[in-house]
Design a binder for this molecule. Structure first.
Ligand SMILES: [Mg+2]
Length: 414
């Protein structure tokens, strides 16, 4: 076929073409979709659009098709015949059918498209109402809603058009905080599927502990160290000074404590699932930590991470000296490492995801294409692109548009 023989793309969906919206609703069973299109095929109509969902065993099937021309169809039929045939087919299966005449395709979607992911634990009707109303208040239209997951949280995604991503974020963030749900707004488009590097903070993000506090417990200076850590995470103290002050308190500890601390580290719920799923999807995964390589190297090995960087506790003659060696990984250092990992992975910065909880993660979260504040302090939560406040790290997958079914299917097929 030469180019001139190809029918113009607007032939089927032009605004003036008569179309029929055929909607079927009822108890789902095998063969409904095939049955409907078999019935329609007798009228030689073309498919413009199809949407089908099944919710608790009930099917909603919508087909937008061109209206049959009077001369078309094996039975010399017209729109009236088509309507009668579809209704009698539906009745024979105990389904409800509705057929609405109109013209052309669906109305074009507005410009500015975003995905709004809502994580609830549980997701209340009140929250769903407030979020939908907030989206409407921005001028956005909800084009589609579907469930991403029911475990460990209820996660639903709204496809929204007609509003700027930033506008949605600014309206939905305070709404989410008030409702006690997590709402993430990301721009739609290929970029979202192209995210290829995830870099995580370690303490209170990948793991539930603050590693220095585990060391401090062995040194008997837990309270002093915890106090400095808390102040540093609130952004009240320069990280490097506080690191030196805390590490100094560990001077003289036997190096065997390192192994003991490694064993005490508790991964955050969902951490293994997150890393395993990302790796299967071909992502590269790294960690950056203001903690210590003595722990992060072990985590890298255990979880099969691609990158890990942290501070190193100096050990001389089998004892911790109370000093760290090499360049300090602080707030600026974490952002620098994200850039380095991205370069090594061959991934543009816009296609990276960073996850962290502390003030020293903020530069990294802002430098990444998507920065996720994970159970973070308010100062971090308010500055990040998005926040997750449920204690399950694998819920970050839902922000990337990955469904629970996909996560579980990947596990089954290994
Ligand atoms: Mg942290």
């Amino acid at each position: 076929m030469s180019a001139s023989q190809i029918p113009p793309a607007t032939a089927v969906t032009g605004d003036d073409v008569p179309t029929l919206l055929v909607k079927i609703f009822g108890k789902d069973r095998p063969g409904i979709t095939a049955g409907l299109f078999d019935t329609l095929a007798a009228y030689s109509v073309d498919v413009v659009d199809i949407e089908q969902v099944v919710t608790r065993g009930r099917i909603t099937l919508c087909a937008l098709v061109t209206a049959p021309s009077p001369a078309q169809g094996a039975t010399g039929s017209s729109e009236g015949d088509l309507r009668a045939t579809v209704h009698s087919w539906a009745e024979s299966l105990n389904l409800q059918a509705e057929i609405i005449s109109g013209r052309g395709d669906n109305r074009p979607r507005g410009t500015g498209r975003s995905h709004v992911t809502v994580l609830g634990h549980p997701l209340t009707a009140e929250s769903a109402a407030a979020i939908a109303a907030a989206i409407t208040s921005t001028g956005g239209n909800i084009d589609r809603i579907f469930r991403l997951a029911k475990y460990p949280v209820t996660a639903v995604e709204f496809a929204v058009s007609g509003a700027a991503t930033e506008a949605l974020r600014s309206v939905l963030a305070p709404e989410a905080a008030q409702l006690g749900v997590d709402v993430a707004v990301v721009a739609a488009g290929l970029q979202r599927r192209a995210q290829r590097l995830v870099v995580m903070d370690v303490d209170s993000t990948l793991i539930q502990d603050e590693v220095i506090e585990l060391f401090a417990a062995h040194a008997g200076c837990e309270a002093e160290v915890a106090e400095v850590t808390t102040a540093a995470m609130r952004g009240e103290l320069d990280f490097e000074q506080s690191l030196h002050a805390r590490v100094e308190l560990l001077g003289g500890l036997d190096a065997s404590v390192v192994e003991a601390v490694r064993k005490e580290v508790r991964l955050t719920p969902g951490a293994r699932t997150l890393v395993r799923t990302l790796k299967r999807l071909g992502y590269q995964v790294g960690v950056v930590s203001g903690g210590f390589t003595q722990v992060t190297d072990a985590l890298k090995e255990e979880l099969g991470l691609d990158f890990a960087s942290a501070n190193t506790l100096e050990i001389v003659d089998g004892k911790l000296t109370g000093r760290v060696t090499g360049a300090i990984v602080d707030r600026a250092g974490k952002a620098r490492l994200l850039r380095e990992f991205a370069q090594q992975a061959g991934v543009p910065l816009a296609q990276t995801v960073a996850i962290g909880d502390g003030a020293n993660d903020l530069d990294m979260l802002n430098a990444a294409g998507l920065g996720v504040a994970f159970n973070a302090k308010p100062v971090v939560r308010e500055a990040a692109h998005t926040a997750v406040n449920v204690p399950f790290l694998d819920t970050v997958l839902y922000l990337l548009g990955i469904t629970r079914d996909e996560v579980e299917a990947a596990d089954t097929h290994e």
